[in-house]
Ligand binder design. Structure first.
Ligand SMILES: [Ca+2]
Ligand SMILES: [Ca+2]
Length: 280
């Protein structure tokens, strides 16, 4: 339909989410194509999404050529996140393979028996830091300071259940471990998962606390963070995530889906869990 000018408004009830206007100056041809995408809540973008129209609140607007699909303002983040009703921290200190017995600064490369899936790519190699973060992308950079925004600097593509400056003193039940689990005992039946677990760690800033947390990589691509005892130190709220990053970062470092970044809102609670559902 030839249309010299007009306005299209997207509403829910009486609330206006987005509107697009065009006229003979902005659109010299017949009609216009309009696309409105909801920007994904909780995703931290490195820059304001670039839309040809406008970005209003959590919506991005694209206007363009009649009959042609317009591109998204952003790359869709292929995970959603939600808190699980209960945590299921499974200690593997007695059954898993030791990655590191406990240190302030340690990076270890782990070769898994079963590949894990991250952003649709399969990997059997992880670089694991003593500071509560790992990546499928190798890195040797320091991890003492947790990222608060996604970036291309290493480590990138970070999988961070509790990234802060942590340390651990070697002892019984202390250390970083991994283990492949297969509940039904039948290989490749779909219930398999791999755990990477930090047990008996503490923050450098409040070194009497005791932190126990882990990542679970499931065969269907879902990723879960589980927290066991997260005991306070002598001071502060570091054990609750006041100085820690909990998120998934995309492998290009352009965005991250955050649970908590240097905050007590929502913070990290003992015996809790968060699920990142893979939904490409
Ligand atoms: Ca450290
Ligand atoms: Ca199985």
């Amino acid at each position: 339909m030839a249309d010299a000018s007009g306005t299209l408004t997207l509403q829910f009830g009486t609330a206006t989410y987005e509107s697009a206007s065009w006229d003979s100056t902005s659109q010299t041809g017949a009609g216009v194509s309009v696309r409105v995408d909801r920007l994904q809540p909780s995703v931290l973008y490195t820059a304001t999404p670039v839309c040809s129209g406008a970005t209003t609140g959590s919506y991005g607007l694209q206007t363009g050529t009649p009959g042609q699909m317009q591109p998204r303002c952003t790359t869709a983040f292929p995970y959603t996140v939600r808190q699980l009703p209960v945590g299921n921290f499974e200690s593997i200190a007695a059954t898993g393979t030791l990655i590191n017995a406990g240190a302030d600064t340690a990076l270890n490369t782990v070769t898994l028996t079963n590949p894990i899936q991250y952003f649709g790519a399969m990997s059997t190699s992880l670089t694991v830091s003593s500071n509560g973060v790992l990546s499928t992308i190798p890195f040797t950079a320091s991890t003492a300071t947790n990222k608060s925004a996604a970036s291309t600097s290493l480590p990138v593509g970070t999988i961070a259940p509790f990234w802060d400056d942590l340390t651990a003193t070697p002892g019984t039940g202390v250390g970083c471990y991994w283990q492949a689990k297969d509940p039904d005992g039948t290989p490749a039946s779909g219930d398999e998962y791999t755990i990477v677990s930090w047990e008996g760690y503490k923050t450098v800033s409040s070194a009497t606390g005791l932190l126990n947390f882990q990542v679970k990589f499931f065969a269907n691509g879902n990723i879960e963070y589980h927290y066991g005892a997260m005991n306070p130190g002598t001071t502060g709220a570091a054990h609750q995530g006041s100085g820690a990053t909990t998120w998934l970062e995309d492998p290009t470092g352009k965005s991250a889906l955050a649970v908590n970044v240097n905050s007590l809102t929502p913070g990290i609670a003992p015996s809790s869990a968060w699920r990142f559902t893979y939904a490409p």
